[in-house]
Design a binder for this molecule. Structure first.
Ligand SMILES: Cc1ncc(COP(=O)(O)O)c(C=O)c1O
Length: 388
């Protein structure tokens, strides 16, 4: 998701603006002054505070969400040829981590209403494929998946569940935080996320043995200095990132609230427009709006170009579903997931970050309404596929 930042400086209202305050700067300076930049108390403290925030026993900090996913899949025993279910409508790391661990992704179509894995289609897939060892379920854009159905099937077919919570820090289902439902949860702290450590990630689990294995894997296969029990990696978080993360975590409930408030404003203002579908939020879930993503049923790229012209950054997450990505196509062959393919043509994410001002939200809504008030049926009909 590093591409998020491409071109953002040009926009009057960019798609994303990380919230870095005085406290983060002071925390980083304190680490620099201490001289201990790695493997220090900040990382351990962030692990402890993050576990407490979620209400889970173990948390292991990593260098990114991707290394967290790869590590936990290895720790859960994914081996060459094992099949692991995920969706084709997500960031590449949900599936590339499966391949990195030696596994083969099996895609399950998403539900167009939630953008998340369609649990109704899951059983068919599990029944048809006895080599499936587990699932990476993604709480996309900050909306929790229907974990009850997923966990029921996981138990029935005796497979593991990893929750990819890279976009869902603090999201809840029936009052329980995502990351605490499956065998493990994985978070990303990339700068665009609901909280950041610069780059970074976190593995959470209620299983001490699994956490222990992950700790070894991210630290050269070692618990004891210069004794390496297994082949490992250096996927550790550094203290500068952790110091930022400690401040960001303290602020997370507040910043998530602001995201929700911004989202409610958009939904209230935009839900009457016939060509637009605003995000769905079931009563049982607390969406944390990592992204506020519309479905624009006609003219998505024209609207995007129009907003860009007004200095408003938007983004398409994701323009190409994973089964159509060249490297996955070369492994899996031609596949078709019409819902995901259609969503890739319809979705448009608007700025929703906590630093947005009310005037900015109003300006964005104003221009969207202006766009749809234009006598622009011809423009809508001939969609421009030339977006950069
Ligand atoms: C759904 C999803 N999974 C995994 C990742 C990977 O996280 P990171 O960028 O920290 O490696 C991301 C981040 O972009 C993501 O959005």
């Amino acid at each position: 998701m590093a591409y998020n930042f491409r071109g953002r400086e040009k926009m009057k209202i960019p798609i994303c603006r990380p919230f870095i305050g005085k406290e983060e700067k002071e925390a980083v300076l304190a680490v620099l002054d201490s001289g201990q930049l790695a493997q220090g108390k900040e990382v351990a403290q962030l692990e402890e505070n993050f576990a407490r925030f979620l209400g889970i026993r173990e948390a292991v900090a990593t260098s990114s969400g991707t290394t967290a996913l790869f590590t936990v899949l290895q720790a859960l025993g994914v081996k060459t040829g094992d099949r692991v279910v995920t969706t084709p409508f997500t960031f590449v790391a949900s599936a590339s981590s499966i391949v990195q661990a030696g596994g083969i992704p099996v895609f399950c179509e998403v539900d167009e209403k939630t953008f998340n894995l369609d649990a109704n289609r899951l059983e068919e897939i599990l029944k048809a494929n006895p080599r499936i060892k587990g699932m990476v379920v993604v709480h996309l854009y900050g909306l929790p998946c229907s974990m009850e159905d997923i966990l029921y099937l996981a138990k029935r077919y005796q497979i593991f569940v990893v929750e990819d919570c890279a976009q869902a820090h603090g999201a809840e289902l029936q009052g329980k935080k995502v990351g605490t439902f499956g065998d493990a949860g994985v978070f990303s702290f990339y700068p665009t996320k609901n909280m950041t450590t610069g780059e970074g990630g976190m593995i959470v689990t209620s299983c001490p043995q699994l956490a222990d294995k992950c700790r070894m894997l991210i630290n050269h296969g070692s618990h004891e200095k210069y004794l390496h029990q297994i082949l490992g990696y250096n996927f550790r978080m550094n203290n500068l990132g952790a110091a930022i993360g400690l401040v960001q975590l303290r602020r997370l409930n507040q910043t998530n609230q602001k995201r929700r408030k911004n989202a409610a404003f958009y939904t209230n203002q935009l839900s009457g427009i016939p060509w637009i579908v605003t995000p769905f939020e079931p009563a049982s879930a607390t969406h944390v709006y990592h992204q506020y993503t519309l479905r624009v049923l006609q003219g998505r790229d024209s609207l995007r170009a129009y907003l860009k012209d007004k200095g408003i950054g938007t983004e398409v997450y994701y323009p190409l579903p994973l089964h159509q990505q060249p490297f996955l196509k070369s492994i899996l062959g031609e596949q078709s997931f019409p819902v995901s393919e259609n969503l890739s043509r319809e979705v448009l994410s608007l700025p929703v970050y906590p630093l947005l001002q009310q005037e900015e939200l109003e300006e964005i809504v104003f221009h969207i309404k202006q766009f749809f008030n234009l006598p622009s049926i011809q423009l809508l009909a001939k969609e421009e596929a030339t977006w950069e």
